[in-house]
Structures are given as structure tokens and as C-alpha cells.
Design a protein around this ligand. Sequence first.
Ligand code: ZN
Length: 307
Amino acid sequence: MDILFLAPVFKERIWGGQKLKQFGYQLPYLKTGECWAISAHPNGESIIKEGRFKGLPLSQVFGSHKELFNHIPYDRFPLLTKILDANDDLSVQVHPDDLYALSVENDLGKTECWYVLDAEDDAYIIYGHHATSKEAFKMMIENNQWHDLLIKKPVKKGDFIYVPSGTIHALGKGILILETQQSSDTTYRLYDYDRLDDKGKPRELHIDKSIEVSKIPHQNPVLDIKEMNFSTSHITHFVGNQFFTVQKWVIHDHFELNNDYYKLFSVLEGSGTINGEKIKKGDHFIVCANVPKIELIGDLELIVSWA
Ligand code: ZN
């Protein structure tokens, strides 16, 4: 009966900050932008902290113990969970789908989703664009008509945002999110606000690939968010599709559930226990398929996902 507790990996980003400290992490950089919390991606892998797999990377356990993950038909672990601290605007970007990414980048495509952990009062994201044809999209990019092209959307704490591959998007300054995504590290940067890095150079753009993979016209996905109450606990089902299922669990006191499928957990708030093991804000773990019952005790807010 395996619960895999994972050590996070941190990434320095020009737009990062210090907000991830609130999860109890020792941050290695002044501008820490990303915590890769549950990852089997080669660009930043989680190491298992305790138990019979202690010291092993997640990809190795996934590769050699498929029974712990319901023998899901993927060669690589399909999901990546991150926490992002956007202390400044992120570049405007787009991700390819599986078909494109596997043939061009040897990576998975990237459909992602965000749960907003915190946002400043005037915070906004870029989500979608106004172009109705590829020609118009190209022309507005060539003419630097970013203000006319890009759609801004205000966000607040508790929002859930689904970002399918092909959607133009960017986190704005002052937003902290938990991201659940396909296990991919392929991003095409369309616009970087003409910023220069610390060496006085602009960051690389990928305009042609961005145009190739962007959905034109933009489509807003339709979500079917469901709320479920269980005596003192509450589950919000945000999304469930071929890429992932993502839910928020708010536990008060005691919650029990029979289990036969692996699940990724991130503790957003509070403390307590899972099957007798202590957990607290900032912990990330995978409950494997061989755990027949999940028993959570305490006051906890969790993001739970699987694929
Ligand atoms: Zn993205």
C-alpha cells in the first residue's frame, strides 16, 4: 500500500519571486518562479522521499511498477503538477497538441489548467485572441497590435481556468497558481512585452510555431463544474477528460473513500493525516492503486488529480 511523498524541484524564472515560501519551502533563488511538485519529466524530476522507493525518481517507479498506476497505457508518466509564482507578467505563449509535439519536439502536447491560489486585486491573465482568420492573426502580430489582438481576463482567488493546447495565454503579475498539466515542457513564446533579460538580450520568440499551433478563431472551452457534499467535507469537480481529472477537496474533520485508482495530491492549506501519515500545506504525494482506502483527518484543502 504505497503513498509516494515527493521532493519538489524549483526553477529560477525572470518573472519569479518569493511567494512559494508560504508552503514551507527553502527557495534556492531570489526569483523562484516554479515549484515542480509532482513530476516525472526529465527537465525536473521528483524524487521519492520515503518508503520502499526512497531516493528513486518518479519515472523509474512508474516504468517498473505499472501496477501501482493501474497499468495506464502511457510510456511516460502523463501528469505534471506545479505551483507558479508570477511576480511579474509571463510571456504570451501557446502550447502544441500531442500530435504536433510528439512529431516535432519528442514531447507530449500541453493542455493545462490553473487553480488560482492567490491574486492581487487588479490581477489579470491573457486568455485567447480576437483574430478571426490566420491572415488577420499574422497581420496583427507583424504590426505589433498586441493590445487589439490579445484578450485580457480578470482573475481572483479560487478561480479555475482550463487552458487546452492551442490557446494563447499568459499569467499576469501578482498571481499564484497550482497548475495541473500534461507532462510536457514545450512552450512557444509569441510575445514578451519587448523585455530584455539580465544580459540585455530579448528572450527567444517562436512566432512561426505559435501561429502554426494556435486555434484561430479562439474558442472558450465549456466547463461542467460540479459540487459534491459529504457530511463535513466538500469536493469540487473542475474537469475530467482524456488529459486529466482535477478536483478540489476541502476536508473538515474526517473523510473516507474506497480507492482503486492512483491519485495525485497537493496540500494547499491546513494539516492532518492521510492513512495515519502526517501531511501539511506544501506536501505533494501520490496515493497508488494498491491503497484500498483513503482516510483523511484534519482540516485540509487539497487539489487531487489523475489521468
Ligand atoms: Zn502554459
